[in-house]
Design a binder for this molecule. Structure first.
Ligand SMILES: C[S@@+](CC[C@H](N)C(=O)[O-])C[C@H]1O[C@@H](n2cnc3c(N)ncnc32)[C@H](O)[C@@H]1O
Length: 283
C-alpha cells in the first residue's frame, strides 16, 4: 500500500517529561499513555515506586498537561493507571477535557490473584477528547458481534418489512482481551506489555490512516507497532535501552542500526547524525 511508504516512525530514547516538550503544540492526533502505575513493577532493574502517592500524582499531572498541550484540537487521549489512582486522573482530566468513556479492560487469569479479598482482574482506561463535538470515531472499523443469546437470527417485526436485527454493534465500555502471556507470538520480555488487540481497537477507532499517534511510555512499543501496521505515523518514548531495542526491532528500525543500540554514553556527532537519519532521538 503506497500510503505505508510515506509513514514515519520515531523512537525517542529518553525521559517522557523532557521528550514530550520537544513536540510542537497541537500536533498529535491520538495519544495512548500507559505510564508506570506506582505499584512496584520492575522495569529493566528500575522499580517504579514513588516515595508518596502525592509525588506520583504530581508527576502524572505534569505529563498529563503536556499531553493535552500536544494534542490537536480534535484529538483523542486514552490514559491508563492503577485502579487506585484512576479516580485522581478522572477528577483532574474532567476539568480539562471531555471524558467520553470510562473503559474497563477485563481479562481472565489462571493464577490466584488474592486469597483473602477479590483479586484485580481489570485495568481502567479513560477515553477523553478535547472537543466533544468534533473528534475521530471510526464506528465501522471496530464493530463487534451483538450477542443476543438466541440461536436463530432475531427479526424486527415492527418494521414495514420485517428485517433481521443488526448483528453488529459498537463495543461497550467493558473490553475483554487476554493479557500477553509467555509463549504468545507477540510476547516480549516486559512486565506490563499491552496486547495488540487492545491497541488495534483504540487506534482504529480514534485515528485515521496518516495520522500521528504518540505513546509517551512505550515499553515494548505495542502502540507504535500497531500504528505502523495500520498505516498511521508514530512517536514512541521510552526510558530503558532494553525496551528501546525491542522497539527498534518491532518497528524494523533495528536492521538499520545493525542491532546496535545507541546508548547515552556514545552520543557523538556521528551517532547523532545516524539517529536523525533513522528517526531515533537521543537525549
Ligand atoms: C506500563 S509500561 C508500558 C507498556 C507498553 N504499553 C507496552 O505495551 O509494552 C511503562 C513504561 O514506561 C517506561 N518509563 C518509566 N518512566 C518513564 C519516563 N519517565 N519516561 C519514559 N518512559 C518511562 C518504563 O520503562 C515502561 O517500559
Amino acid at each position: 500500500m503506497e500510503i505505508l511508504g510515506t509513514q514515519k516512525h520515531k523512537i525517542i530514547y529518553g525521559d517522557a517529561l523532557e521528550a514530550i516538550k520537544l513536540l510542537p503544540d497541537s500536533s498529535v492526533d491520538l495519544i495512548f499513555a500507559d505510564p508506570p502505575y506506582n505499584i512496584g513493577k520492575n522495569f529493566n532493574g528500575q522499580i517504579e515506586k514513588w516515595e508518596t502517592e502525592e509525588g506520583y500524582l504530581e508527576w502524572c499531572y505534569e505529563w498529563l498537561d503536556l499531553c493535552i498541550q500536544k494534542l490537536k484540537p480534535h484529538g483523542s487521549f486514552y490514559v491508563m493507571t492503577a485502579t487506585q489512582f484512576m479516580p485522581y486522573f478522572d477528577i483532574y482530566l474532567r476539568k480539562k477535557m471531555t471524558i467520553l468513556s470510562r473503559l474497563v479492560w477485563s481479562y481472565d487469569s489462571s493464577g490466584v490473584q488474592a486469597k483473602k479479598y477479590y483479586g484485580s482482574m481489570y485495568e481502567p482506561i479513560l477515553y477523553c477528547v478535547k472537543d466533544k463535538n468534533n473528534y475521530t470515531f471510526n464506528t465501522n472499523d471496530i464493530l463487534v458481534e451483538a450477542k443476543t443469546g438466541a440461536k436463530r437470527k432475531l427479526i424486527d417485526y415492527r418494521k414495514a418489512i420485517p428485517t433481521v436485527y443488526n448483528s453488529e454493534k459498537v463495543p461497550g465500555n467493558v473490553w475483554e482481551f487476554s493479557r500477553v502471556r509467555y509463549r504468545m507470538d507477540e510476547y516480549e520480555n516486559h512486565p506490563t506489555q499491552k496486547p495488540i488487540t487492545l491497541l488495534e481497537r483504540i487506534i482504529k477507532a480514534s485515528s485515521n490512516v496518516g495520522d500521528l499517534v504518540l505513546d509517551p511510555f512505550s515499553g515494548t512499543f505495542t502502540t507504535c507497532f500497531v500504528a505502523k501496521e495500520l498505516g498511521r505515523n508514530s512517536i514512541g518514548i521510552e526510558l530503558q535501552d532494553e525496551y528501546v531495542k525491542i522497539g527498534l526491532r518491532r518497528l524494523q528500525l533495528a536492521e538499520e542500526f545493525k542491532g546496535e543500540i545507541l546508548t547515552k554514553e556514545i552520543r557523538t556527532f556521528e551517532t547523532q547524525k545516524m539517529a536523525t537519519q533513522h528517526n531515533l532521538t537521543l537525549f
